[in-house]
Write a protein of this length. Structure first.
Length: 141
């Protein structure tokens, strides 16, 4: 757990924007069902000796997930260099790569890595929503 740092950060990215990203990242994560068992992901047990295959309109579910991911990807790609670096730094702090007191260092490191693939990098983080939230809390935003 990160301890709260009693320093007021002058963020380029609005905390409300980060909270919107958190909501979208969590929506994407929630769309991924992780409780499938080997080979039985769409089967339901009816009785002791019988099974039925569950069918649903997966296209509608996938479309919603893809739209949310596309929206988040687009929003991240529209950030300027400073905002994108701060967003990455918040994720790193939330993940524990940096302490909140090292926020400026994390931002500088993120800026050095560039902004061209920030959305792809962030969306590759399985707990992005949680890490962003923890990062915001850690810096007191």
């Amino acid at each position: 757990m990160h301890r709260h740092v009693e320093q007021e950060w002058d963020l380029t990215i609005a905390p409300e924007t980060v909270r919107l990203f958190i909501e979208k990242a969590r929506a994407i994560s929630a769309a991924v069902n992780e409780d499938y068992e080997d080979g039985a992901e769409h089967e339901i047990e009816i009785g002791a000796d019988s099974r039925d295959t569950h069918h649903h309109d997966g296209l509608a579910e996938e479309e919603t997930e893809n739209l949310t991911e596309q929206e988040l990807r687009q929003l991240i790609s529209e950030l300027n260099v400073d905002e994108a670096a701060e967003l990455v730094a918040l994720a790193w702090i939330g993940r524990g790569d940096f302490d909140a007191a090292e926020f400026a260092d994390a931002v500088n490191e993120a800026r050095l890595r560039g902004n061209k693939r920030t959305a792809k990098y962030l969306l590759g983080m399985p707990m992005l929503g949680d890490w962003l939230e923890e990062g915001l809390e850690a810096i007191g935003a």
